[in-house]
Design a protein around this ligand. Structure first.
Ligand code: 13P
Length: 278
C-alpha cells in the first residue's frame, strides 16, 4: 500500500530540500508511465487531474485507476485533485479516496478565497486529506478556462491567508503560467523569496512546462516543495502517437499504447531528476 497523504510527500520534500513532482494524467497510459518513472527513480510522486479535465477523462473512471495505481506502487504516491473549482467535485474526489485536493478560488476576492479554503479544509479533514489553495493569479489557462493575466502573490496577504486557513500548501503566482510559454518567462524570484521568508507553509509552483532546470533549482532553494507538470506530458503522449501513426501504414493500438506510456515515462523521469536536484 503506497497511497499516501500529500502532506507526507511534502514533508519528504522539505526534509530532502527538493520538490515533489505533481504529474497530471488523463488516461491509463499516462498513469502507467508516471508511476513507472517514480518507481525506477525510487521517488515519491503526486498523480493529479484537474476538474476542468474531467470532461475528457471522467472522475468515476480516472479515480479508481489513479488510486489503484498508487496503492500498488512500490513508492509513496499521493492522488490529488488539481484546480478544484466546486465543492461538489472536491467532495467526490475525497470520497473516491484522493488523498489531497486543491481549491482554486484565486479569482475570487481575498476574503472569499479564505472562507472557501476554510470550508474545504474542514471537509478534507473528515477524510484526513491534504489541502492546497492558490493566492494571486497564475497565468495561461487550465482546461478550457479563459486565459488569465498574471497577478503576483502578495507576501503579506500570503501570511494572513496561511495563518487564517491553515492550508497545507500554497500555490503562488510569480510570473508562471499554464501551457507552453511563448517565450521563457522571467520568474519573480524576489517575490518568491519574500513569500518564503513570510510564511512557513510549503509552496507550490504551477505551470512547470517550459521552465528551465536552473529556474526549477532556484525556485526549490526558495521554498517550492511541489511542482506541477501537465502540458509537457500531454504533448509527449500526443507527439509519440503522431510519430508512430505517421510511420506505419496500419497503426495498431497495442503497439501505440506502450509508446504513449513510454513518452510520459521519459518526461516524468526527466522532471523527477531535476526536482531532486540530481
Ligand atoms: P503546465 O501545463 O504548464 O505544465 O502546468 C501544469 C499545472 O500547473 C497544472 O495545474
Amino acid at each position: 500500500m503506497a497511497l499516501v497523504k500529500m502532506s507526507r510527500i511534502l514533508e519528504w520534500a522539505q526534509e530532502n530540500n527538493c520538490a515533489a513532482g505533481a504529474f497530471s494524467v488523463g488516461n491509463m497510459e499516462m498513469v502507467i508511465g508516471a508511476v513507472r518513472a517514480a518507481e525506477e527513480a525510487n521517488t515519491p510522486i503526486i498523480l493529479q487531474i484537474a476538474e476542468k479535465r474531467l470532461k475528457q477523462s471522467p472522475l468515476d473512471l480516472m479515480a479508481p485507476m489513479m488510486v489503484s495505481a498508487a496503492k500498488n506502487a512500490s513508492v509513496p504516491v499521493a492522488v490529488h485533485l488539481d484546480h478544484g473549482l466546486t465543492m461538489d467535485c472536491i467532495r467526490q474526489a475525497l470520497s473516491y479516496g484522493f488523498t489531497s485536493v486543491m481549491l482554486d478560488a484565486s479569482l475570487l476576492p481575498f476574503e472569499e478565497n479564505i472562507a472557501m479554503t476554510k470550508a474545504v479544509k474542514a471537509e478534507a479533514a473528515t477524510f484526513g486529506a491534504t489541502v492546497e489553495a492558490e493566492l494571486g493569479v497564475v497565468g495561461g489557462n487550465e482546461g478550457d478556462t479563459a486565459k488569465h493575466e498574471i497577478l503576483c502573490t502578495d507576501p503579506d496577504k500570503a501570511k494572513i491567508f496561511c495563518e487564517e486557513t491553515q492550508v497545507d500548501c500554497l500555490a503562488v503566482a510569480i510570473g508562471n503560467a499554464h501551457g507552453n510559454y511563448p517565450v521563457l518567462p522571467s520568474l519573480r524570484f524576489d517575490v518568491l523569496e519574500e513569500i518564503d521568508k513570510t510564511v512557513d507553509t510549503p509552496l507550490v509552483l504551477h505551470g512547470g512546462t517550459g521552465i528551465t532546470p536552473e529556474m526549477f533549482r532556484k525556485a526549490i532553494s526558495l521554498g517550492i516543495r511541489k511542482i506541477n507538470i501537465a502540458t509537457a506530458s500531454f504533448d509527449a503522449l500526443a507527439n509519440a502517437a503522431k510519430a508512430y501513426t505517421a510511420d506505419v501504414e496500419s497503426p495498431d493500438y497495442f503497439t501505440l499504447s506502450p509508446k504513449m506510456a513510454d513518452a510520459v515515462y521519459e518526461n516524468v523521469k526527466k522532471h523527477i531528476g531535476i526536482f531532486r536536484n540530481q
